[in-house]
Design a protein around this ligand. Sequence first.
Ligand SMILES: NC(=O)c1ccc[n+]([C@@H]2O[C@H](COP(=O)([O-])OP(=O)(O)OC[C@H]3O[C@@H](n4cnc5c(N)ncnc54)[C@H](OP(=O)(O)O)[C@@H]3O)[C@@H](O)[C@H]2O)c1
Length: 336
Amino acid sequence: MRIILVGLGALGQGLLGHLGEQADSLLDAYGLRAKIVAALDTSGAVVQPAGLDPAVLLRTKRSRGGLAGLQPYFRPGRRALEIIHTVDADAVVEVTPTNILDGEPAMSHIRGALKARRHVVTANKGPIVLAMGYLTSLAEEMGAILRFSGTVGGGTPMLDLARHSLRGDRVVSIAGIVNGTTNYILTRMGEGLAFEEALEQAKKLGYAEANPAYDVEGTDAAIKLAILSNWAMGTRLRVTDVSARGIKEVTLADIERAQAQGKVIKLIARCDGKVASVQPELIPKTDPLNVPGPLNAVTYTTENVGPITLVGKGAGGRETAGALLRDLIDIHLRSK
Ligand SMILES: NC(=O)c1ccc[n+]([C@@H]2O[C@H](COP(=O)([O-])OP(=O)(O)OC[C@H]3O[C@@H](n4cnc5c(N)ncnc54)[C@H](OP(=O)(O)O)[C@@H]3O)[C@@H](O)[C@H]2O)c1
């Protein structure tokens, strides 16, 4: 499989790591020979139709000079769409930063790739929350496959479980913790730390961004809930349809009161197919959604089986790159 990799941050580099380390086992287990024929960041592209060595690419990207050090393959200033249209490839992996206002530049990259009949794998929430319906039908029309397992739950297969492992069943409601940063902050507040202190710790550990508003105000969780619910229940939620309240108003006194009742406060994303919300909720300590630290968890309640809960890490370059790899393997097996 010839792959164009757009974005060489934590996830792009994580994927290169997996492809380098697992090359033999991917070939043995799935017959997958993944070849990176082009890779891009904001400086330009490296292009080599015969395939770039993932380890060399990774080393070069991490070196001081960046991709420019990969001569003679470096093409300064080249943009992704141009490469997608001119370099022969089977799949495009899109891992540029998320933009939920208009999805760009990922929206154009994904649309362009599908229109050129390339399969697409992404972890980018922007285009998926804004246009999942349009992009999946475009993929179908073009005979291409679009996969986005990494958009929710990092490497934890939350989307895959809902669709692939629950065939013949129906998800009737979703409740989950889909933002690791806020779960970490609430966990530390449960240990007696004030909100600001817990937030500082989250930043130090790399769980929170320098500007944590997106997480703390519940926006990131609302985006993920919309994706989950549109995927698992066929709703057509936009982010603005999710009533979102973050954790800024949760006080230590609230947490102590909850503890006295044998409960905890968690930022719960919830959808019953009609109403969707993200808000701090009191849940029993024994609820399977009571997971600590930066963990994520989702409970699907299904018609036949009842509640099923999946728990795992919700982010991380290596972990989420595992979701990209799963999607690539899936596409390879389906298009054989
Ligand atoms: N990291 C996670 O744990 C995680 C989990 C789930 C989903 N995601 C999503 O996955 C995507 C990638 O995440 P990440 O953590 O890898 O992001 P990141 O570390 O910020 O990396 C983004 C990469 O995209 C490149 N880029 C930006 N604009 C570009 C353009 N127009 N053309 C080509 N390359 C461009 C950047 O280039 P430079 O290197 O030159 O800056 C950088 O290499 C994001 O949408 C994120 O929301 C991430």
